[in-house]
Structures are given as C-alpha cells and as structure tokens.
Ligand binder design. Structure first.
Ligand code: CUA
Length: 333
C-alpha cells in the first residue's frame, strides 16, 4: 500500500472519529448521575461508546476511501476481477470484534455484580406499586407516597405490586426494576447527589400509567435523621410538604424546595411569568395555574400538567402551596 493511501485513509478515519466524538459529547444523552450505581452504568455506556466510535471510524474510512478510489468509470461495463477472500483479513475482522464484545461483557458483568451489593447494613424500604401510585414503607412502618433517601448510604428497595406489573425507574439513578405481583424483587441505590428526582413507572400498567409518578428527595444524612425523627413530615413550611407530597419537584425546578425538575416551567421565574401571563395578582395566577393548568400555558410548554390538583388537594393544602410558592417567588426577586 502506498504511503499516500495510508495518509488519506487515516485522514478520513480521523474526520469520522471527530464527528462521532462530537455527536457523543455535544448532545446530553444521559441525565446527571445521582448515585454510585448510575456512575458505574454510565461508565459502561462510555466504554461502549468509545469502542463504537473507533469501529465507526475504521469502517467509515475504508468505505469512503473505496467509494472514492475504486469507483468504476461510467462507461465501464466489464466484470470486476474474481476475488476469493482473504483468510488473514477475515480472521482479523472476526477476532477484533470478538475481543471487543468480550471486553464489554466483562465490564458489564463486573458493574452488574457491584451494583447488586448492598453492603452489611443497608436502609431497607419496601416499595408497593399499584394502579397508579407508589407506596414506600420505611423500617419504622410509616408509609409515604414519595421517597426520602439519605445521601451516601446504601439503600435496598424491595419491590412488589398489588395488581399488575409495574416498573420502578429514576432516570438519574439509572436502574430499572420490575414490581411484580406475588414476588419480591430488589434494587440497590447509593445516592450521591442531593436533589429531587422523578420516580417513574416504566411498564405500561393501564390507563393511568403515564401519571404513575412520584419523586425521590435525596437529602443529607442529618436532614434524613431529622425527617425520621419528625415522623417523616417534611421540616419546613406546610406548603413545602404539599409541594413534595404531590411530586411537583419531578417536573418543576424550584430552588427553595431543592427541586430540579425540567419537564414543566421553572418556578424560580414565577414573578416574570406572572407578569407575562397578565392574569391578576401573583397568588391568583399561581392558584389558577394549579387547579386549571391549561388556563395559561407558558410558551414552549405543552398542556402536560395533570388537571387533578383542583380535586385532590384540600382547600388548606392549596392555600399553603400557593403561599409557599408566592414566598419563594418573592424571595427570588
Ligand atoms: Cu405502573 Cu405503569
């Protein structure tokens, strides 16, 4: 092979590799990892992605080079030369992928084994799924509709279901586990990043499947201890309790609640948004947006908020929540 050809092949390979790398790095494919297990799973993704980019570069280089250099002239109707294969080449292009796939298997097996280890003293929480809600039972027997977890402690969730198959998923924790009637499955979580993340049912389980959402609050160990001592009530304003119990933070960002949801409008911008909407005083605007979300849709957002809170919240809860959001919005000025 001529030196010129090798340089051309390499150049095409580098361009293809650069394009592949840009696509991998510039698009945020994965959510921020909020747990040790998620970090490991993300490592497997990146390990596989690097291999895929290298393979893509080689294949693209050979393919583009061949199309460019060996194309038949438009008037050339003759047969190509007879080719009877190339044993060495065939061995090489079988052996290298075999080695790569084996490497991915080994890395995945190690991660899977590590992610299953709960350590000697995990916090055990029983998860019951049913159409269309999650229930989390703590070691002291108290039950909640949402999860509160201390950071940096290994947690073992034991899952079951009352009716049909559901599946537990927190994107930022990366793992999924089915909740199946009649058996108990489990999943180990070691949260590392404070915040509020959505809990999503990821198994089609009936009409309310899309609304079968809750959230997980990952808090400092000290705040977790305080939460347990308080009988699980959220410490802080009454409105915060309503905010957390109804999973508002799964969809909305709101700094005072430590919520980082990205599905719906950012509630830290409530003041500016209320002015744009021009629907009366801030409290009135917030109240209407909760009980009748379609009354005003922030530009760029679909009518995705459940139209249930007018019925599910008591008058007192609604007042607390509105007051809490108004205070937060004003504190943000
Ligand atoms: Cu439960 Cu989908």
């Amino acid at each position: 092979m001529r030196r010129g050809s090798i340089i051309q092949l390499t150049a095409i390979g580098i361009v293809a590799g650069a394009i592949g790398t840009a696509v991998a790095l510039l698009i945020p494919w994965l959510p921020t990892a909020a747990g040790k297990e998620a970090d490991r799973i993300h490592f497997v993704y990146w390990f596989t992605t690097v291999i895929a980019i290298v393979v893509f570069s080689v294949v693209a280089a050979v393919l583009i080079y061949s199309i460019w250099k060996f194309r038949a002239a438009p008037d050339d109707d003759s047969d190509g030369p007879p080719i009877h294969g190339h044993t060495t080449l065939e061995i090489v292009w079988t052996a290298i992928p075999a080695v790569l796939v084996t490497a991915i298997s080994i890395v995945s097996a190690i991660v899977l084994a590590e992610n299953g280890k709960a350590g000697p003293d995990p916090l055990r929480i029983h998860v019951t799924a049913q159409q269309f809600a999650w229930e989390f039972t703590y070691p002291n027997g108290k039950k909640f509709g949402y999860l509160t977890l201390p950071a940096h402690r290994s947690v073992k969730l034991d899952l079951t279901a009352n009716d049909v198959i559901h599946s537990f998923w927190v994107p930022q924790l990366s793992q999924k586990q089915d909740a199946v009637p009649g058996i108990t499955t489990s999943i180990v979580i070691t949260p590392t990043k404070l915040g509020t993340y959505p809990v999503i049912c990821t198994e089609l389980c009936g009409l309310g499947h899309a609304l079968m959402r809750s959230h997980v609050d990952i808090v400092t160990p000290a705040r977790y201890e305080a939460w347990v001592r308080n009988g699980g009530a959220t410490t802080g304003p009454a409105g915060l309790t309503v905010f957390q119990a109804n999973g508002c933070g799964s969809c909305h960002t709101f700094k005072p609640a430590g919520a980082t949801g990205k599905v719906g409008p950012d509630l830290d911008n409530l003041l500016a948004e209320a002015q744009k909407a021009n629907k009366g005083p801030l409290a009135q605007f917030i109240h209407q947006s909760i009980v009748d979300p379609a009354a005003y849709l922030e530009p760029g957002y679909p009518d995705a908020m459940p139209h249930i809170f007018g019925q599910t919240l008591t008058e007192k809860q609604l007042t607390d929540l509105v007051q809490y959001l108004v205070q937060g919005a004003n504190a943000n000025k």
